[in-house]
Design a protein around this ligand. Structure first.
Ligand SMILES: Cc1ncc(C[n+]2csc(CCOP(=O)(O)OP(=O)(O)O)c2C)c(N)n1
Length: 890
């Protein structure tokens, strides 16, 4: 359309022709760089003259690399690659269909790999370096739904037996293969769990950044290593997928290559049926500073474009809608001729000498080995920018009527018998009728050219992929005595647990054995957490150093950016910073060099914002510390509803290998972090830590003797009641609310003659895990002596009642209910937060000292130890209005 309009408004075609011819001649005699220069000059000049110029973000709907500039593979190698590709296609399909025969509910996908197969194979044979003694290798993020194709390759490489393939999606009953890439489930194989759409692209960008960070800090030489991220064109709809493109452009991450499999379809139908998704992504990526390589058309099209002197074919493809093109893929050659070429008689003429079968055989660029090779080669050679390859393919390629280019193809787990036959014929598979009927796996003879080629190519690139290697940490973990200052009473000084954490961090940053391995991460909140001292001390990482004089240069803590900076300041992107944390927390595997990440952020913008990444981190066996700063619904009092976190701690409890705590005192933080360091880097355990830290300043006592074990297990007796009275309660508290519990204990004793033991519960989450494990043991061992949970042991001498109060929703402390044999009462901060003073909020949510006192008295009334009137008296004495608003509905 645009071309037509332009033509109709061409008031001087001869002049136009002269301009075009002068470009032609510049190209012929001086090359494309000169033409680019001239055009830039013309545009700049036009700008100066005040003439509006096009944004220039898109190039025509053509392959980016001109045919004569394509780097090519020897044809005999292409033949062997494509032979193997046929076997891989068959085996990948067989894996899914054989599992489906056993039980259709097992599921699986055929169409995604069918469209991406060439993209993977060119990479596996020529580009993806594996880690070995000599090299660290490349990091390849494989799109999850293509897993069957990757298993099929592992079979050809003799890594998996046929029996193993038959265990696809049967991990418990057959010790088989995981549905998608899950390192947790296949620890020597998968590296990156990316099947949740959007995680791969974001994690890949920060992985590439982290590799450069390690190089710039001279910790690991990652030069030459590439991060390859494979994703679907539908997947790019996720905000996470597009969210950090500009960072990759800004930091010139030329170690990063995205391969977007543009089969124009997602799960339900076309990604953008009414437009051209490849063009849209080209604009987005170019705008973000990426090098974009489009491979839309296969080699068969080259001669058609060469013949297209009038530009009619170019015009037709520029008008083409993805929805239309998809229909051509799912129909035959005659349909293609009629609807695509038939639009213009001149275009029909262009293909008059081609049969319908030849038209149908015109391939998309992403199915053309040479085109893909040329794109990858150009990508790995490109410097100064990340590269995205937009490869046009057909979803369900080879699936025929059962799925090729069809809207239903994503979930098609089975091909009709006729389509299986057609598949065998199309890819010329050497299978007998019986083998086809049984869907037997096929592996060429070990002496065949194809298999020898496939194995030799992997050997040349360093070995098999994917592969997950790890290194054991080999540095001394600091002992608790290093944190002595935090174990002591704070005297006159009041500080918050956030400050306690920052002190722990500073101590670690001075520890000779590990200081370089520490990776502090923030998402534009250093000042919120009092960490700005680190700017000067360790520097903020910036690959280009600091090209300007910061406005605060005269200050002690000025904003110092440095190529060797240690602090990762990821700007306002919690999910991005989380991805950086994951890269660091798994560097013991990806770079065989252990780093120790500490990422602190606003706790409310934590799990509930980037929870899927936390889940992936668990799967990847990430090791490191996450700190939910400004936690506690009433503790960050002024910020109001959106900021006040009363539940993220509970959310972390659902991640099986996350160890989480809600500490109150500096010594608790020191004990927890020291123990975490020991578990993760001393004992190489696959766990990671989440700690809440708060911004309320208060006095910190010295660590009670022997408290370490209880701190780690989740509960210890902080203060035993000295009262001789028979009226006793057990008070449990965590985080800042423990201070309210301590206050309540004093009031109970002084004003009501009730003795109260005070327990610091550093983690209801850990206590719950212990209860679960003990309960399971007792259930499965009916004749063995029953085990007792830590909670039971702590409270065994008490007759209760037990009252718990925290700054989190009641469910958090309620987790231990089954192990509390005494009457158990829980106070917490259910309901939306709001701004007010801390005292007012704790009153509102009923977690202040008076509400704890009253609840203890009511508990004694319920137990029969006190008369009902005592409860009324207490209400009056404490000034509690019983008609107060209910925070859960107010
Ligand atoms: C976050 C998330 N949402 C939804 C899904 C379900 N899902 C799986 S594959 C898919 C479509 C993928 O399409 P595309 O990215 O284009 O990949 P293709 O298979 O076409 O190559 C969807 C929606 C998912 N895996 N993750």
């Amino acid at each position: 359309m645009a071309d037509e309009k332009r033509k109709t408004t061409d008031i001087d075609p001869i002049e136009t022709q002269e301009w075009l011819e002068s470009l032609d001649s510049a190209l012929e005699y001086e090359g494309s760089a000169r033409v680019e220069y001239l055009l830039q000059e013309v545009l700049q000049h036009a700008n100066k003259l005040g003439i509006a110029t096009p944004a220039g973000i898109n190039t025509p709907y053509l392959n980016t690399i001109p045919v004569d500039q394509e780097q090519r593979l020897p044809e005999e190698e292409v033949k062997k690659l494509e032979r193997n590709l046929a076997f891989l296609r068959w085996n990948a399909m067989a894996i899914v269909m054989r599992a489906g025969k056993k039980d259709p509910s097992l599921g699986g996908h055929i169409a995604s790999y069918a469209s991406a197969a060439t993209l993977y194979e060119v990479g596996f044979n020529y580009f993806f370096h594996a880690p070995n003694d000599k090299q660290l290798g490349d990091l390849v993020y494989i799109q999850g739904h293509s897993a069957p194709g990757i298993y099929a390759r592992a079979y050809l490489e003799n890594r998996f037996t046929e029996e193993k393939l038959d265990g696809f999606r049967q991990e418990f009953s057959r010790k088989g293969l995981s549905s998608y890439p899950h390192p947790w489930l296949m620890r020597d194989f998968w590296q990156f769990p990316v099947v949740s759409m959007g995680l791969g692209p974001l994690m890949g960008i920060y992985q590439a950044q982290f590799l450069k960070y390690l190089t710039n800090r001279e910790l690991v030489n990652n030069e030459g290593r590439k991060v390859w991220v494979f994703c679907g064109d539908g997947e790019m709809g996720e905000p996470e997928a597009l969210g950090a493109l500009n960072l990759a452009g800004r930091e010139k991450l030329d170690n990063l290559i995205f391969v977007i499999n543009c089969n124009l379809q997602r799960l339900d139908g076309p990604v953008w049926g009414n437009g051209q998704i490849i063009q849209e992504y080209e604009g987005v990526f170019r705008g973000a500073g990426w090098n974009v390589i489009k491979i839309i058309w296969g080699s068969g099209w080259d001669k058609l474009f060469a013949k297209d002197k009038s530009g009619i074919l170019r015009q037709r493809i520029s008008e083409l809608l993805d929805g239309e093109y998809q229909a051509y893929s799912s129909n035959d050659g005659a349909f293609f001729r009629e609807h695509f070429f038939g639009k213009y008689p001149e275009l029909l003429e262009l293909v008059a000498d081609m049969s319908d079968a030849e038209l149908k055989a015109l391939q998309d660029g992403g199915h053309d080995t040479q085109k893909v090779y040329a794109a990858y080669k150009a990508a790995v050679e490109h410097t100064g920018q990340p590269t995205v390859i937009l490869a046009k393919t057909v979803k369900g390629y080879g699936m025929g009527g059962s799925g090729e280019g069809k809207n239903v193809t994503h979930q098609t787990k089975k091909l009709a018998e006729t389509d299986v036959q057609a598949f065998v014929k199309r890819f010329n598979l050497p299978l007998t009728a019986k083998q086809v009927e049984h869907l037997d796996y096929y592996k060429p003879d070990k002496n065949s050219d194809e298999l020898k080629y496939l194995l030799a190519r992997r050997e040349a690139l360093g070995g098999s992929l994917p592969i997950r290697k790890t290194v054991k940490a080999n540095f001394p973990v600091p002992s608790l005595s290093e944190f002595e200052t935090l174990l002591q009473e704070s005297g006159d000084r009041e500080y918050s647990t956030t400050m306690a954490y920052v002190r722990v961090l500073s101590i670690l940053l001075r520890d000779k054995a590990i200081k370089d391995r520490i990776v502090p991460i923030v998402a534009d909140e250093s000042r919120t957490f009092g960490m700005e001292g680190l700017f000067r001390q360790i520097g903020i990482y910036s690959p280009s150093g600091q090209l300007y004089t910061p406005e605060d240069k005269h200050l002690l803590m000025f904003y110092r950016e440095d190529k060797k900076g240690q602090l990762l300041q990821e700007g306002i992107s919690e999910a991005g910073a989380m991805s950086a944390w994951i890269a660091s927390a798994t560097s013991y595997s990806t770079s065989l060099f252990t780093t120790i990440p500490f990422y602190i952020y606003y706790s409310m913008f934590g799990y509930q914002r980037f929870g899927d990444f936390v889940w992936a981190a668990g799967d990847m066996m990430a090791r490191g510390f996450l700190l939910g700063g400004t936690a506690g619904r009433t503790t960050i009092n002024g910020e109001g509803l959106q900021h006040q976190d009363g539940h993220n701690l509970l959310m972390f409890s659902v991640v099986p290998n996350c160890v989480s705590y809600d500490p109150t005192f500096g010594y608790e933080i020191a004990v927890i972090i020291q123990h975490g360091l020991q578990r993760m880097y001393g004992d190489n355990e696959n766990v990671f830590y989440y700690l809440t830290v708060m911004n309320e300043n208060y006095h910190h006592p010295a660590m009670p003797k022997g408290a370490e074990e209880g701190i780690i297990k989740g509960m210890y007796l902080f203060k035993e009641s000295e009262s001789k009275t028979k009226l006793k309660v057990e008070l449990l508290g965590s985080g800042t609310i423990l201070n309210k519990v301590i206050e309540a204990a004093a009031i109970l004793e002084k004003d009501f003659g009730i003795g109260a033991n005070v327990w610091s519960v550093t983690s209801f989450n850990e206590l719950r895990k212990d209860i679960e494990s003990v309960t399971r043991y007792n259930r499965l061992h009916p004749t063995a002596t029953a085990k007792h949970s830590h909670v039971e042991k702590c409270l065994e001498k008490s007759s209760g009642p037990v009252i718990a109060a925290t700054d989190y929703i009641k469910l958090y402390a309620d987790q231990i209910r089954q192990a509390v044999k005494q009457p158990y009462y829980v106070l917490g901060t259910d309901g939306f937060g709001r701004s007010d003073t801390r005292d007012a909020l704790r009153d509102f949510f009923e977690v202040d000292a008076k509400n704890i006192v009253y609840t203890a008295i009511k508990a004694l009334v319920d137990k029969g130890d006190l008369a009902k009137e005592k409860a009324i008296e207490a209400l009056n004495k404490l000034g509690i209005d019983v008609d107060r608003p209910d925070p859960t509905s107010h």
